[in-house]
Ligand binder design. Structure first.
Ligand code: FMN
Length: 177
């Protein structure tokens, strides 16, 4: 499979990227081809809702969104990797999602596999409730086939994350594909 892993943290060596690395190691060991799109360090403007794309055309933004679109549309699987920000996606990841608008029809007709990887500081039983629901609703609307979720609670820093079971879980998800 061709897999695009979309990271979205400002921390290059942070917790969510650590979990993404474990996933990638597993997926590559299994023989999959992985490309990373680092939305945390790309130029990706938010959708401005101008409607010029008609939900199926060119976006007026001139930035890294074109590369992201090519990657997404040529992949079999997309992995959304985000730190938990106020119980949702980072703004960088939300920009990725909103920019699907110009190719929603093409993306949703692919029935592609997706996975979600999140790192959060808290470890309450409700910490991941809303991002989980948001992701599953996106899967429903976009016809994505959810291949798994790594909801890393208690992953507030790389040190904390290394002490949890989530890096191993992310590795095993990659390896299971
Ligand atoms: C703006 C901001 C909002 C955050 N909101 C939450 C939150 O709602 N719940 C939580 O558990 N952690 C929250 N955190 C903590 C991060 O999710 C956590 O430190 C995570 O490990 C960061 O991942 P990263 O190193 O990949 O950026 C927040 C951090 C920032 C900077």
């Amino acid at each position: 499979m061709t897999i695009t892993v979309i990271t979205s943290s400002p921390h290059k060596n942070g917790s969510s990227n650590l979990l993404a690395s474990s996933f990638i190691r597993g997926a590559e060991e299994k023989g999959h081809t992985v490309t990373v799109f680092d939305a945390g360090h790309s130029m990706l403007h938010p959708c401005i809702g101008c409607g010029r794309c008609g939900m199926n055309g060119n976006c007026i933004q001139k930035d890294d969104g074109n590369r992201l679109r090519e990657l997404a549309l040529s992949s079999d699987m997309m992995v959304l990797v985000t730190p938990l920000y106020y119980y949702g996606f980072s703004a960088q990841m939300k920009a990725v999602i909103d920019r699907w608008y110009s190719y929603t029809t093409r993306l949703s007709s692919k029935h592609m596999k997706t996975a979600l990887i999140v790192a959060a500081w808290d470890s309450n039983d409700w910490t991941m409730k809303d991002i989980r629901e948001h992701y599953l609703t996106l899967c429903r609307y976009m016809n994505f086939e959810n291949a798994g979720m790594i909801l890393g609670i208690g992953c507030g820093s790389p040190e904390m994350t290394r002490g949890t079971e989530f890096p191993e879980k992310a590795y095993r998800l990659g390896k299971s594909l």
